[in-house]
Design a protein. Structure first.
Length: 113
């Protein structure tokens, strides 16, 4: 289970409290887009291995949209930031070192009481 922190209200919660919104920093196709460009926008997406930037909405909280950086190899959320940002923060864009053995040894997060 992913743990996300909403940068708008500061609440940290499991991913079930949030709604995913797809890839972040994506140029959306608008009206009048040629068919081949619209097809590329809709169906030809990257499937990155490593850091991926996503849009999330705090559905059961403040309701605001924000962006998150997540490593697809470890499923760790590296950080969250405002949806008004046009480029990812430099500290989140760097590829984190991956030690899968350490990830397996790490204790699971305790459930809130």
């Amino acid at each position: 289970m992913l743990m996300l922190t909403c940068p708008c209200c500061g609440v940290s919660a499991e991913e079930t409290e949030f709604a995913p919104g797809g890839a972040a920093h994506l140029r959306r196709a608008g009206p009048g887009t040629p068919d081949d460009a619209f097809e590329a926008y809709m169906f030809q997406r990257d499937n990155p291995r490593g850091v991926h930037f996503e849009r999330w909405r705090h559905a059961y909280g403040c309701g605001k949209w924000f962006l998150a950086a997540r490593c697809t190899r470890t499923l760790r959320v590296l950080g969250t930031y405002s949806a008004r940002t046009t480029e990812p923060p430099a500290d989140l864009a760097a590829e984190p070192p991956v030690d899968l053995a350490a990830d397996l040894r790490a204790p699971a997060a305790e459930a809130p009481a």
